[in-house]
Design a protein around this ligand. Structure first.
Ligand code: SF4
Ligand code: SF4
Length: 69
């Protein structure tokens, strides 16, 4: 099983990843990124991420990578 890491420095705040996650683990952070909009953060306190990589696939900035547990 794997989970993901999200690099907020690469995030361009398109928010495509927020909609594709089946468990809604991606949400807007309180950090303003390079576009002047809030970047996205990954929060998975209950280990719900199934490693489906849909978020990584949809991200145009390659800000999300899969990591093995
Ligand atoms: S890998 Fe799948 S479950 Fe995990 S955060 Fe991305 S879209 Fe959500
Ligand atoms: S898809 Fe990528 S660039 Fe777009 S909001 Fe998500 S992490 Fe940021």
């Amino acid at each position: 099983m794997s989970y993901i890491k999200l690099d907020q420095n690469k995030c361009k705040s398109c928010y495509l990843c927020i909609d594709v996650c089946p468990h809604k683990l991606l949400k807007k952070s309180s950090h303003i990124g390079s576009t002047g909009e809030l970047t996205v953060e990954f929060s998975d306190t209950e280990n719900k991420c199934i490693g489906c990589a849909q978020c990584a696939i949809v991200c145009p900035e390659i800000a999300i990578v899969e990591v093995n547990r």
